[in-house]
Design a protein around this ligand. Structure first.
Ligand code: CMC
Length: 436
C-alpha cells in the first residue's frame, strides 16, 4: 500500500443552512489545493453538484501533472517536450509504471519481458474471424481486449502484486499485436506475428505493413515519429477514459476488463475519436480558400460545428503535446516528400486564422494534440479508422499505471457518485387499462 503524500494546508469554511462547517484543505506537490469534502454529506446532509467533474479531484496521484493554464504536461516530473525529444515509448512506459527512468539493467529486463509477451494466444485469431470484415477496429479492440481475461486466467487476481505486474506487461506487449491484427483483418491480409529482434514501435509497424510476400523495411524517421506519437499519448492524468478505467477497476474488475472499458470510452469523438474527426474536417474543407468560410460556420454555432482538434477541457493554452506533434508531422511529410500535402496547407491556414480570431482567443481555444496527429498518421499509411486504435495502444500504459496506483491507494473504495434527483416523486402504480 502507498502512503498518502497530501499535506494539510489549512481549512475552508462553509456556511450552509444557518450553520458553519470547517473542512480540511489538502495540498499536493504542485497544482491547486483540494478541499477535503469527504465528510460533507455526513455533516451537512448535502451533496456537491459538479457534472463533468470540472472542480472535482477524484484521487491523489503522483503519475502525471498538467497545468492547463501554462500548457505544462509532465510524466513523473519530466516534461513531455523532454521525453518526446530524448526518450523512447518503452522507456516512458517504464517511467509511468515504476516512477523513475530505468537504469540500463532495469530497461534491459523490462524490454525482454515486454518483447517476450508480444504474441497472443493462437485461439485469438479465431475470435477475430468472428467479426465482420467492415467492423470498426475500435469495436474489435473493445471485444478482444476484454476477451483477454478469458485467455490469461493466471493474471486476473488483482490482490496479487505479481499477477498485477504480469497483466500490466501482457497488456503493454499484446496491445500492438491486437491492434495490428484488427488492421490486417479489416483489409483482408494475413496476420503478421511479432518479431523479437525489433523495437516496440518498429515491430508494430512491421505487423501492420509487411505481407508474407514482401518484408517491411523500417524507416527510422517514420519509426521515431510514431514512437513519439505514442509517448505524447501515453498518459494524461484523470481524463474520461482513465477515469473510466479507475471506476471500472474500483469494483475489483480484472485489468483486461478495465482496459476494455477505457477503450470504449476513448472511442468517443470528444476524446480519442477527435483525431479521426479532425482529419475528416480537413478533408471536408479541402482547400485553403475555403478555410475562412468554415471558421465562420463554426463561430455562428447554428450548425453545431466545432473545430475538431481545437479546445481542451484542461488546456487553456497551447497543448504542449501539439507542439511536439507538429514537429513530427513536418518530419514525416518531409521524409515522404509530401511537404506540399494539401491537408497540411489547410491545417496551417486553419491554425493561423483560428489563433488570431477573437472567438477562439476569448474562449482560450488552442490546437490540441489531435490537430496534427491525423495528418501524420495518414502519411504514415494508417487509415482514419485506425487512429483511435493507435491512441488506445499508447494510452494503455497510462491506464495501467493509474489502475495500479488506484489499487495501491489506501483510500481506494468503489467509485459511486451521487445525484440531485429531479424526477417524479412517489406515486401509485396505474394498471394499463386505466392509463391515458
Ligand atoms: N470549436 C468551436 N467552439 C468550441 C470548441 C471547438 N473545438 N471547443 C469549445 N468551444 C466553445 C463552446 O462552444 C463553448 O462556447 P460557449 O461558451 O459560447 O458556449 C466554449 O468553447 C466552452 O466549450 P465546452 O464544451 O464547455 O468546453 P469543454 O471543456 O467541455 O470541452 C472539448 C472540451 C475538448 C470537448 C471541446 O473543446 C471540443 O469539443 N473540442 C473538439 C474536439 C477535440 O478536439 N477533442 C480532443 C481533445 S484532446 C484529446 C484528448 O485529450 O482526448
Amino acid at each position: 500500500m502507498r502512503e498518502s503524500k497530501m499535506k494539510p494546508a489549512g481549512t475552508a469554511s462553509l456556511k450552509y443552512d444557518g450553520k458553519e462547517y470547517e473542512f480540511p484543505v489538502l495540498s499536493g506537490t504542485q497544482g491547486p489545493n483540494g478541499l477535503d469534502i469527504r465528510k460533507l454529506y455526513d455533516q451537512t446532509g448535502a451533496f456537491t453538484y459538479d457534472p463533468g467533474f470540472t472542480s472535482t479531484s477524484s484521487t491523489e496521484s503522483n503519475i502525471t501533472f498538467i497545468d492547463g493554464d501554462k500548457g505544462v504536461l509532465q510524466y513523473r516530473g519530466y516534461t513531455i517536450a523532454d521525453l518526446a525529444e530524448h526518450s523512447t515509448f518503452l522507456e516512458s512506459c517504464y517511467l509511468l509504471l515504476y516512477g523513475e527512468l530505468p537504469t540500463k539493467s532495469h530497461m534491459d529486463s523490462f524490454t525482454t519481458s515486454i518483447t517476450r509477451h508480444t504474441m497472443v494466444h493462437d485461439q485469438m485469431a479465431s475470435f477475430f474471424r468472428g467479426f465482420r470484415r467492415d467492423a470498426h477496429p475500435m469495436a474489435i479492440m473493445c471485444g478482444v481486449v476484454g476477451a483477454m481475461a478469458a485467455f490469461y486466467h493466471d493474471s486476473t487476481d488483482i490482490t496479487d502484486p505479481k499477477q498485477r505486474e504480469i497483466a500490466s506487461h501482457r497488456l503493454i506487449a499484446k496491445i500492438p499485436t491486437l491492434a495490428a491484427m484488427a488492421y490486417k483483418y479489416s483489409i483482408g491480409q494475413p496476420f503478421v506475428y511479432p518479431k523479437n529482434d525489433l523495437g516496440y514501435t518498429e515491430n508494430f509497424m512491421r505487423m501492420c505493413f509487411s505481407v508474407p510476400a514482401e518484408e517491411y523495411k523500417p524507416n527510422p524517421v517514420l519509426t521515431k515519429a510514431l514512437d513519439t506519437i505514442f509517448i505524447l499519448h501515453a498518459d494524461h492524468e484523470q481524463n474520461a477514459s482513465t477515469s473510466t478505467v479507475r471506476l471500472a477497476g474500483s469494483s475489483g474488475a480484472n485489468p483486461f476488463a478495465c482496459i476494455a472499458a477505457g477503450i470504449a470510452c476513448l472511442w468517443g469523438p470528444a476524446h480519442g475519436g477527435a483525431n479521426e474527426a479532425a482529419l475528416k474536417m480537413l478533408e471536408e474543407i479541402g482547400t485553403v480558400d475555403k478555410v475562412a468560410d468554415y471558421v465562420k460556420k463554426v463561430k455562428d454555432k447554428t450548425q453545431g460545428i466545432r473545430l475538431m482538434g481545437f479546445g481542451h477541457r484542461v488546456y487553456k493554452n497551447y497543448d504542449p503535446r501539439a507542439k511536439a506533434m507538429q514537429i513530427q508531422a513536418h518530419a514525416v511529410l518531409d521524409e515522404l516528400g509530401l511537404h506540399d500535402d494539401p491537408l497540411l496547407k489547410v491545417a496551417i491556414e486553419l491554425e493561423k486564422i483560428a489563433l488570431s480570431d477573437p472567438y477562439f482567443i476569448e474562449k482560450k481555444l488552442y490546437p490540441n494534440i489531435d490537430f496534427y496527429s491525423g495528418i501524420t498518421l495518414k502519411a504514415l499509411g494508417f487509415p482514419t479508422s485506425m487512429f483511435t486504435v493507435l491512441f488506445a495502444l499508447a494510452r494503455t500504459v497510462g491506464w495501467i499505471a493509474q489502475w495500479k496506483e488506484m489499487l495501491e491507494d489506501p483510500h481506494q473504495k468503489i467509485g459511486r457518485p451521487r445525484q440531485i434527483y429531479t424526477g417524479a416523486t412517489e406515486r401509485a402504480y396505474i394498471p394499463q387499462d386505466k392509463r391515458k
